[in-house]
Design a binder for this molecule. Structure first.
Ligand code: NDP
Length: 448
């Protein structure tokens, strides 16, 4: 079955899963030149096999709130492909979580993990549980209840979850505690653990820092650098605030962060003190808008950051947050680099617009792979029970991001996607990630 026939089949079968269809189409349109060069992929129906997860576990989570009322949520784990290693991908707690969202994230994760060159398959999980407004004891009870179901399916050699939206160090610790309690096993079943009990240094920072390292490589490819560049960032979570921190450390000027309530604009730029304040504020689930009372700047309720002038945009909140109209605003406002901290933050139309206007564009699969790369380093540290220093991990991360950049750029060139110095990182990253997985599937025959 050809790629276009597979797309048609996916569109017909999963019309009710728009995010998943979107993610499949994005990969499909870019790997055609690779497919043409490898007829064995077609014979072995590699793409048709990869668009169906190995399995999806769906479960119910019963827990009690502080008033003693019984609450019922839904949970899932999508084990998409373990062709290159144990299933690996985060857990998301957000009311918008459903099978479509988790399948899109799991599908992307296969190729992202392959791009790192580290031994990981792809998976994703989560729940429609909304952590907003919940007390710490409610979060704890929910995490325990979630792992009571999830522990049946995960293990350090089978499937290794981590954090994502709504799941950070606190939630991972609660889930890890429940896993240990149920299995009597102390191992690397989850990544993003506290550094005092098996976590890796730099895991918290890795996604945001890694995205900025990727950006540095993109700038270098155009004989440019980050110093003095104005950067618009969306989101104010783990990825956004660590991206902001690294941009500031390297001499760029971050003028926006945002959340689901609106956008904070500070023309003076974020410095370390302001970023630390923002981290503390988000950890307490308090409003971003209060920043203005402490440091000045302006709060724009219910607005996104793309209305402001800048050189670089880093959408780092959630999927499809950048529409075609937003992409147009970016171009009009002088943005020449778009680096995705989030997973699939640009709609397909926004990507087309950005490409048409020759804005240098890094897809999340490549640019935000630093988080999962350091998760792989956490897994190997857990296995050998020896831990690396912050500097050692940082150096590995920089090298991994450079390798991802360089291999995506080389594939873009090799498969005729680079146009007069304009690198198609989306095509390049999809080709490199897909090829690694596809070659493993070919070697395995028709299993997997
Ligand atoms: P967090 O939960 O730490 O932060 C998410 C941020 O995005 C918050 O500021 C949140 O605002 C905002 N946000 C979430 N949903 C929406 C929405 N629908 N509209 C507007 N703003 C929204 O998550 P992370 O920083 O961990 O994740 C952000 C993105 O990065 C996700 O796409 C995730 O999949 C991706 N990613 C994360 C990795 C990681 O290591 N954490 C690794 C690779 C990718 P509010 O608080 O108001 O909800």
């Amino acid at each position: 079955m050809s790629i276009s026939q597979t797309i048609e089949k996916v569109e017909a079968r999963y019309a009710h899963q728009p995010e998943f269809v979107q993610a499949v189409k994005e990969v499909a349109i870019t790997i055609a030149p690779l497919y043409d060069a490898h007829p064995e992929y077609n014979t072995l129906k590699v793409f048709e096999r990869l668009v169906e997860p190995d399995r999806i576990m769906a479960f119910r989570i019963n827990w009690e709130n502080d008033k003693g009322e019984v609450q019922v949520n839904r949970g899932w784990r999508v084990q998409f492909s373990n062709a290159l290693g144990p299933y690996k991908g985060g857990v998301r707690f957000h009311p918008t979580v459903n099978q479509s969202v988790l399948k899109f994230l799991g599908f992307e994760q296969i190729f992202k993990n392959a791009l790192t060159g580290l031994p990981m398959g792809g998976g994703k999980g989560g729940s429609d549980f909304d952590p907003k407004g919940k007390t710490d004891s409610e979060i704890r009870r929910f995490c325990y209840a979630f792992m009571r179901e999830l522990h049946h399916y995960v293990n350090k050699d089978i499937d290794v979850p981590a954090g994502d939206i709504g799941v950070g160090g606190r939630e991972v610790s609660y889930m890890f505690a429940m896993y240990k309690n149920l299995t009597h096993e102390y191992g690397g079943v989850l990544t993003g653990k506290g550094v005092g009990f098996g976590g890796s240094l730099m895991r918290t920072e890795a996604t945001g820092y890694g995205a900025v390292y990727f950006l540095e490589n993109m700038l270098a490819a155009q004989n440019d650098d980050i110093i003095g560049k104005t950067v618009l960032i969306s989101g104010a979570g783990n990825v956004s605030l660590h991206a902001a921190e690294k941009v500031h450390m390297l001499g760029g000027v971050v003028v926006t962060v945002s959340d689901s309530q609106g956008t904070l604009y500070d023309a003076a730029g974020l410095n370390q003190e302001k970023i630390d304040w923002l981290k503390a504020q988000k950890a307490k689930s308090k409003p971003l808008a209060e920043y203005v009372d402490v440091y000045g700047g302006e709060w724009f309720a219910k607005q996104k950051p793309w209305q402001f002038k800048g050189d670089i945009a880093m959408p780092s909140a959630t999927q499809n947050e950048v529409t075609e109209a937003d992409a147009k605003l970016m171009v009009d406002n002088g943005i020449t680099y778009v680096v995705e901290g989030a997973n699939m933050p640009l709609t397909a139309e926004a990507i087309d617009y950005i490409h048409l206007h020759r804005v240098h564009y890094a897809p999340g699969k490549a640019a935000n792979a630093g988080g999962v790369a350091v998760s792989a380093l956490e897994m190997s540290q857990n296995s050998v029970r020896q831990y690396k220093t912050f500097e050692q991990i940082d150096l590995r991360l920089k090298n991994i991001m450079k390798n991802i950049h360089d291999s995506a750029a080389a594939a873009s060139e090799q498969y005729g996607q680079t146009d007069n110095g304009y690198i198609n990182y989306m095509a390049g990253a999809n080709i490199v990630g897909f090829k690694r997985v596809a070659d493993a599937l070919v070697a395995y025959g028709i299993l997997n």
